[in-house]
Design a binder for this molecule. Structure first.
Ligand code: FE2
Length: 297
């Protein structure tokens, strides 16, 4: 079972009625988009998706924030991009969970805009479970809620209770891949805070720590790729993979942060590696396979 893991794409559109251009909110939105324009090279996405398709993954897991302001036009761009992944020989089953930018406004959230416009890839309800081969299971979570000022995530009592049930029924020798926009833990030194974190992060960490199963927690939100085993005192069987932001440019990743693939071993207790596919400034990709970096306390 080969997974492809893709993070915060953040498509954006600057579209608004002229009469709204002077409103404070509209100016905030314009600022956000103009800033993003410098940092995100979306013109590189088609080549990245072509490369991803060539890896022939069985599933594509997307950790959310595919848009910037939850606009219909942004979701339409996602649909167009994902359509290029399917060909006659190989259709990639995709599961996309919402990020906070995909539930950016109360209206978009209330009207389930993302679920309606991307019905093929966003599960109809959360938590969403499906088997990934014989001994692995996927648990996909919706951690995104609209928020006027902050970008704090929340699963809510009902979803968290169902999540607890799934994690607690996992036995030794079984594997669980959790897909959630927000991380439940970040490496020491990563900026985080109340307004940016997941409300239930500490409770989630406790469940993962107590479980005897092999865990891969796949997330986005923090635009920085990493693959760590047992961060911040968690057991090594809890691996955290941050997809990063595929098209975001910066000093460390001048052509974008790329995406990941991971081959789930039939026996979940066997070694588990991930391959990071990073676009190169001169074209092409550098693909590096590695085990999870041991986490620092
Ligand atoms: Fe986010």
């Amino acid at each position: 079972m080969r997974l492809a893991l893709l993070g915060d794409v953040h498509f954006f559109e600057l579209r608004m009625a002229p009469r709204r251009l002077l409103s404070k909110r509209a100016m905030g939105h314009a600022n956000l988009v103009l800033n993003r324009r410098k940092k995100f090279a979306h013109e590189r996405l088609p080549a990245l998706l072509e490369h991803l398709r060539a890896q022939k993954p069985d599933r594509l897991l997307m950790s959310g924030d595919v848009t910037t302001s939850s606009l219909e036009a942004e979701f339409a761009r996602v649909r167009t991009a994902l359509a290029t992944l399917d060909d006659a020989e190989h259709a990639i089953q995709t599961v996309l969970v919402p990020g906070n930018h995909d539930a950016y406004t109360f209206r978009s959230h209330r009207t389930s805009r993302m679920r309606t416009l991307l019905a093929d890839v966003v599960p109809p309800s959360f938590p969403h479970n499906e088997p990934l081969g014989d001994r692995w299971e996927l648990l996909a979570l919706d951690s995104a809620v609209p928020n006027r000022i902050f970008s704090r995530g929340r699963l809510g009592a009902e979803q968290f209770a169902a999540t607890r049930t799934v994690i607690e029924r996992k036995r030794a020798g079984e594997g669980l891949v959790i897909l959630c926009h927000y991380p439940c833990v970040v490496p020491r030194g990563t900026p985080s805070g109340w307004s940016h974190d997941l409300k239930e992060a500490a409770e989630l960490r406790e469940l993962l720590q107590a479980s005897p199963a092999e865990i891969v927690f796949v997330h986005g939100h923090v635009h920085k790729p990493w693959f760590i085993g047992g961060p911040r005192g968690l057991r090594p069987g809890v691996r955290i993979l941050n997809c990063g932001s595929p098209c975001m440019l910066g000093p460390r990743y001048p052509a974008g942060q790329g995406y990941w693939t991971m081959d789930l071993p039939a026996d979940p207790t066997r070694p588990l590696n991930a391959t990071h596919h990073v676009p190169q400034a001169g074209g092409g990709f550098a693909s590096t396979e590695h085990a999870a970096t041991p986490g620092r306390p």
